[in-house]
Design a protein around this ligand. Structure first.
Ligand code: BTN
Length: 257
């Protein structure tokens, strides 16, 4: 499917290691378990995951044919602002899908990637402390892309809301996707101008100006998505009674239907 040399030769930044696995529980979990011995900018990629993890404790089904990989970031500048890396990763993936597959994708806050209203990619960013002091010193950016439509179809729960790149294009080289996403991510961090960047994020957003639902615990509150804050990527929403609120991605999630 792809090998280290294919990926390495397409990467144009310094890199740690590239670890390719046939099967693993989760590439994010693999990095967490081995974080002290792994170098900054290590990429861990698996052909399938047996316990793929999504946001909010959900599982992420990861059969053969998808692209599942995680990037370890240990540089201090990037770790200063994990919320920015979360949104940067969404733009990095959306741009890569555009340049490699010639497909226009959209970002659903905070970092789900959609094509024509169906999700093709989820991103799980996790930060942690490897030392005893408890100071955050690493971030893992875990990316799962449905590349080839799964042989047995998507799980019944997501069959209407998920899609695969292969429904829209010839199957791309996995090494192109990995390397381009990595290059895009590193291009942006840490010296990018947040204002330019957020504009790019907003242009790709499918929710600005849309009616959405804010999910908080069991509550499902109708609101309108107004804007994304350029300093912390929070989502400004307006509720039916006119009051507004800035939502941080860790606190709530949203639905478009
Ligand atoms: C989501 O949609 O909620 C996020 C899904 C993130 C899935 C990727 S696949 C690679 C990495 N390893 C995991 O266990 N999760 C992320």
């Amino acid at each position: 499917m792809f090998n280290k040399t294919d990926i390495a030769k397409k990467i144009n930044h310094p890199i740690g290691d590239i670890i390719l696995l046939n099967e693993i529980d989760s590439t994010n979990t693999y990095i967490k378990k081995n974080v002290s011995s792994l170098k900054d900018r290590t990429i861990v990629c698996a052909k399938r995951q047996t316990d793929g993890r999504g946001r909010r404790g959900k599982s992420f089904l990861s059969p053969d044919g998808g692209l599942y990989f995680s990037i370890l970031i240990k540089s201090e500048e990037s770790i200063k602002d994990p919320s920015m890396l979360t949104v940067v990763s969404a733009v990095a993936v959306s741009k890569a899908i555009e340049s490699i597959c010639h497909i226009q994708s959209q970002i659903k806050w905070v970092n789900d990637i959609f094509i024509d209203g169906r999700k093709c990619c989820g991103i799980l960013c996790e930060s942690g402390a490897s030392g005893n002091g408890g100071k955050l010193d690493y971030i893992i950016v875990g990316i799962g892309i449905n590349v080839i439509f799964p042989k047995c179809g998507f799980d019944s729960e997501i069959t209407d809301i998920a899609c695969a790149l292969s429904e829209y294009t010839a199957v791309p080289e996995y090494s192109d996707l990995i390397a381009t996403i990595f290059n895009n991510l590193i291009d942006y961090s840490p010296d990018f101008n947040p204002l330019d960047f957020i504009n790019e994020y907003k242009q790709r957003s499918c929710i600005i100006g849309q009616n959405i639902f804010v999910l908080r615990g069991k509550e499902r509150i109708p609101a309108k998505a107004i804007d994304i804050n350029e300093s912390n990527a929070s989502l400004l929403v307006k509720y039916a009674d006119g009051h507004t609120e800035s939502l941080l991605s860790g606190d709530v999630s949203i639905r478009t239907r």
